[in-house]
Design a protein around this ligand. Structure first.
Ligand code: CA
Length: 225
């Protein structure tokens, strides 16, 4: 499950990100409205957690823009404003739920759970691309009748590719998503796990390969195309 968190208060953003990650979600954090639109339109999120008062573009504008562009990702609006009129305008412009700050952790997780289940958790338990499928509960990678167990990091790396098929994923993006923004992981770490995954894809005899894009990153693609 991949969540986009849009909150410009860094300390609150970090705290919410940590809670969600501890509960098994993959979280991208952005801190202004324009980045929110950009990320939401270029990734497949299961949920967007969206603050209202944001730099560059407010949360209402963000959600209007996304809905106009036919992005129907569920949105949970998060705001300090508790006035009824704001709740109504949030829901009118396409939000799926609304929470006022300060909120407690249990309430946040309950609402996130309800909104991410709505899309059908059965389908989302398995990520597929061409002839491979990845079970997100067991981290088993399958192709035709064969399966291999992925290690935790291999699993995290492959998930990023499967959420963004046919897209070039930069080294920095992989490090941020798999190891975290503040980690000391380097491009070497990325390369090591890419090579592990390549071996497993080869073992499975899959048509899928991870192609290196010079000086940029990697892309998951069908080597027979
Ligand atoms: Ca704010």
């Amino acid at each position: 499950m991949q969540i986009l968190l849009v909150e410009d208060e860094i300390s609150l953003s970090n705290a919410v990100k940590k809670i969600l990650e501890q509960n098994g979600f993959i979280v991208d954090a952005v801190y202004d409205g324009l980045s929110a639109v950009n990320y939401a339109e270029n990734n497949n999120y299961n949920l967007i957690i969206l603050d209202v008062m944001l730099p560059k573009m407010d949360g209402f504008e963000v959600i209007k823009t996304l809905r106009n562009d036919s992005i129907d990702t569920p949105v949970l609006m998060l705001t300090a404003k508790s006035a009824v009129s704001d709740k109504v305008s949030g829901l009118n412009c396409g939000a799926d739920d609304y929470m006022t700050k300060p909120f407690n952790v249990e309430e946040l997780l309950a609402r996130v759970g309800a909104l991410t289940r709505r899309k059908g958790s059965v389908v989302l338990n398995t990520l597929t691309y061409k002839d491979i499928s990845l079970n997100v509960n067991s981290a088993m990678l399958s192709c035709k009748n064969e399966s291999v167990q992925l290690s935790r990091k291999e699993f995290e790396v492959l998930k990023v590719f499967l959420y963004n098929p046919n897209m070039t994923i930069t080294n920095d993006n992989l490090i941020n998503k798999v190891w975290g923004m503040e980690s000391e992981a380097t491009y070497n770490n990325v390369e090591v796990y890419i090579s592990f995954l390549r071996k497993k894809l080869k073992y499975l005899n899959s048509v899928v390969s991870i192609k290196k894009i010079h000086k940029l990153g990697y892309r998951l693609e069908d080597k027979e195309c």
